[in-house]
Design a protein around this ligand. Structure first.
Ligand SMILES: [Zn+2]
Length: 276
């Protein structure tokens, strides 16, 4: 009885250790490249970001176009700013990877990363972006579910637009707020309605998956750097040195030799310098 009891305690301890290690490595590991991972619930389908879940009461005022408008502008049927402050919903389960007032024509922006099982059976990732928001109600790292309110419809920075939602779906996880660095085509973006309509209901798999984060590139990946950087030469003649009288210079020279480095010698140097 005692033996069994001891064995089971030891076994439980071992399990606790194993799960502890797996938990640390698996859910928030960081690779050598600085890319790290978090976990989020696999998407069970994609809904519209307004008029949950089918965009009832809303329409696309301006659609997606390559080399043009890289997302969709959603407006309420009421027209004008009657839709200002309307709830904006996460299109699917995911994790918030960006939530900022970005200014520059964007205003409040939220980006959510989603993992879903594509038609090929593989797990794929996309980012959904919600722009010009009046209010952001989720923060980076937060897990969200399909249909969860993430903010409200706004008018952009300084209320510069008529209220609408600018909505994008990105295939390329590096884009972030640097759209100018990537092809403005369907190699980088999905046409939002086309993607949503093709993924309305996915097989129910209630599980967490590992999601890469910190994938936004800060600099242009296509920029060419030259190897040699030519710095202007600085001639030693232009170096400014303090002017020390020759006799003082000689004293310093003699007295700062290694052999002279004793308290007594330092004392005598001080006396000489002070003219005692
Ligand atoms: Zn837009």
């Amino acid at each position: 009885m005692t033996v069994i009891h001891c064995y089971s305690s030891a076994f439980r301890l071992l399990l606790a250790c194993l799960f502890g290690v797996v938990g640390l490595l698996g859910l928030s590991g960081e690779s050598a490249l600085g890319q790290s991972y978090t976990s989020a619930r696999l998407a069970d389908g994609f809904d519209y970001p307004v008029g949950k879940p089918d965009a009832y009461g809303y329409y696309v005022y301006r659609g997606f176009s390559s080399y043009g408008h890289l997302g969709e502008d959603w407006n309420g049927n009421g027209g004008g700013n009657s839709d200002e402050g309307d709830p904006i919903y996460s299109t699917a389960n995911g994790v918030v990877i960006f939530s900022e007032d970005y200014h520059k024509g964007w205003g409040n922006v939220i980006i959510i990363r989603h993992a879903y099982r594509g038609n090929n059976g593989q797990i794929s990732f996309i980012d959904s972006l919600y722009g010009h928001l009046k209010v952001r109600s989720v923060k980076v790292g937060q897990q969200v579910t399909r249909g969860q309110v993430v903010g409200t419809m706004g008018r952009g920075p300084y209320r510069m637009y008529a209220a609408h939602l600018h909505f994008e779906i990105r295939k390329d996880l590096r884009v972030g707020m640097r759209r100018e660095l990537y092809p403005k085509t369907t190699t980088t973006y999905h046409s939002p309605r086309t993607f949503i309509n093709a993924h309305r209901r996915l097989r129910l798999e209630d599980r967490l998956v590992r999601i890469p984060i910190n994938t936004f590139l800060k600099t242009n990946p296509n920029k060419i750097f030259s190897d040699a950087i030519n710095l202007p030469e600085v001639s030693s003649g232009t170096t400014v040195r303090p002017q020390v009288p020759a006799d003082i210079d000689l004293i310093i020279e003699e007295e700062t030799e290694a052999a002279a480095a004793t308290p007594e010698k330092s004392r005598s140097l001080l006396d000489k310098l002070l003219g005692r």
